[in-house]
Design a protein around this ligand. Structure first.
Ligand SMILES: [Zn+2]
Length: 312
């Protein structure tokens, strides 16, 4: 029990409903995560892997009302002052956009300027990028201190997605980057997404992946506000229940796995053939090693070989 008297809630697997799970690890007070741990210093949370489907989730976990109060404050430490936005973050926005564009092009679709909704838009970097390219930008953000800044350039709504869904019309393009792993009511969230996206609209989801080779387990499984560690196949199974088909994915990034889904209004969307259930951690790791090496690893390897040869 925590100092605030909050009750942790125990859950079953939200993907397959199974109660059976194996404890992966347990978090107690973590001095290196001071920001979180100061608030929840007596909290013990457990990460479990479902015996039924392989979904990795936290149980017991902190209750939703408490987490939403936390998100409403200064959740992010990063500054939203213009001068503090470094080049790296702008490049990653571009990388992300190119990834989405390429994933769609491979499936014979194009992304053109349209109404776009960024759920959990944070400091608005992604919306800024899209706004400069002609998109009509909408954001939802619970973190109150960001709102005045965001409102200068975008149509932003304060709060969490559940309370806003349905009030902004439909969107051909919805982004939820590093959001789904924070959502207590997964079914509610996905249900809202499926009605807020236009027929044949595109959904971009990005999430930390426990099987990401370069990912940091401690970054993926925060003791508290990350409730799940998704993988592409688990996300694909879940999204399929709401009419979304996977169009593209990339698990090679250290920070987040990128996925693009499309909602089909009529006939079936030609989905990317993706795997079997997730169980296949070894398969994911192999794929990851291979992708990482071919996309980036070899360049790093060559560069470091040259540096060594030059004695740098
Ligand atoms: Zn399960």
């Amino acid at each position: 029990m925590s100092p605030a008297g909050m009750r942790l809630e125990a859950i079953h697997c939200l993907v397959c409903g199974s109660a059976g799970s194996t404890n992966v690890f347990t978090f107690y007070f973590d001095p290196t995560r001071a920001e979180f741990s100061k608030r929840f210093r007596d909290t013990t949370v457990r990460w479990n892997i479902c015996k039924g489907c392989g979904f990795v989730y936290q149980s017991p976990r902190l209750p939703r009302a408490l987490m939403e109060r936390y998100y409403g404050g200064r959740f992010w430490k990063s500054s939203f002052e213009e001068e503090n936005r470094n080049m790296a973050s702008m490049v990653s926005e571009e990388e992300r956009f190119l990834f989405i564009r390429n994933a769609l092009l491979k499936r014979g679709r194009e992304i053109r300027p349209c109404r776009v909704l960024d759920i959990g838009c944070g400091t608005g970097n992604c919306l800024d990028f899209l706004s400069e390219r002609g998109f009509e930008t909408y954001g939802i953000e619970p973190c109150v201190p960001y709102l005045p800044h965001l409102a200068k350039k975008h149509r932003v709504t304060s709060g969490v997605y559940d309370g806003v869904s349905g009030s902004l019309g439909r969107f051909p393009f919805i982004i939820a980057s590093h959001v789904i792993e924070h959502v207590h009511d997964l079914d509610g969230f996905l249900g809202h997404l499926s009605t807020d996206v236009s027929p044949d609209g595109v959904l971009y989801l990005e999430f930390p992946n426990i099987y990401s080779l370069l990912g940091d387990l401690r970054l993926t499984c925060f003791p508290g506000y990350h409730l799940y560690a998704f993988t592409v196949s688990i996300a694909t199974q879940l999204l399929a229940r709401y009419g979304f088909a996977l169009l593209g994915y990339d698990i090679s990034d250290r920070w987040g796995t990128k996925t693009v889904f499309a909602r089909s209004s009529g006939g079936p969307v030609p989905a990317l053939a993706f795997p079997r259930p997730d169980d296949d951690a070894r398969g994911l790791l192999r794929r990851h090693y291979r992708d990482w090496f071919f996309r980036r690893g070899w360049r790093d390897y060559v560069k470091s070989a040259f540096s060594r040869a030059r004695g740098v």
